[in-house]
Design a protein around this ligand. Sequence first.
Ligand SMILES: NC(=O)c1ccc[n+]([C@@H]2O[C@H](COP(=O)([O-])OP(=O)(O)OC[C@H]3O[C@@H](n4cnc5c(N)ncnc54)[C@H](O)[C@@H]3O)[C@@H](O)[C@H]2O)c1
Length: 255
Amino acid sequence: MDIRGKAALITGGVSGIGLTTARMLAAKGANLTLVDVNEKLGDEAVKSMESAGAKAVFVRADVRDEAQMRDAFDQTVNRFGSLDIVFNNAGIATPQPGYTRIKVAQWKPVLDIDLMGVVLGCYLAFPLMRENGGVIVNTASMAGVYAMPGDPVYCAAKAGVIHLTHSLAYWSKRRIRVNCVCPGVVDTPLSRVSTREEAAAGRAGRPVSKMLQPEAIAEVVLNFIEDDSRVGQVVEVRPSGVRVVEPRRPPKHRE
Ligand SMILES: NC(=O)c1ccc[n+]([C@@H]2O[C@H](COP(=O)([O-])OP(=O)(O)OC[C@H]3O[C@@H](n4cnc5c(N)ncnc54)[C@H](O)[C@@H]3O)[C@@H](O)[C@H]2O)c1
């Protein structure tokens, strides 16, 4: 896909990986809807993009709220004339010290935002892309590929995003390509808060040298958008490089 003039909606688009990707898409001529719950960062992001010559709008919407998200999608089409790219990227980390030591109300939002928010984003994008096609990129995590006993809820949410992406590969018949990026640890506000909480809970933090910069993830996302041959792909990104995660296939039926 040629990004120039295309309309892109990015959830979690005002910070970290989402904001970096938004800036790179804007530099290639995309028109942007930044969806997030953080209005202050949203206004700042739009101002800085507009002053760089891009067309961008901020919509305050919670990815858990169907009505708010429907409105964000509709605003994109009304303003830019189409919906071509969706980056389902908003996410939160599980508060530490973790699963069994925090209340249900503290870990449930991880599933609602990190998994259900992506399910809803794909669901709302589909009818708007059905006629002209489009590209959806979902953000999972290496935690969705490899089990992490310290954070099973986050792992479950991100594994769900991976399996959702593989399962939606058939949408390519309608020219909607769905792909997924699984970052390792990236230097963003999310990982900085988690690292501080883990340290406070007595667990060792990660060496900064092992951290990725958000640009490394944004480059993978842009490649998913631009390369029309990429369909139903899940890619993990670590400091040592990029690897495709193969889908699980059902075992062959035996009589
Ligand atoms: N930073 C990492 O190490 C890392 C590693 C693997 C995966 N990820 C994933 O990358 C994605 C982006 O994270 P980031 O590191 O850029 O973090 P970040 O905190 O910089 O950005 C996340 C954004 O999502 C927004 N958000 C949170 N809840 C929301 C909601 N309910 N509705 C709408 N927006 C909401 C936040 O306001 C924030 O702007 C997340 O899905 C995260 O799980 C991050």
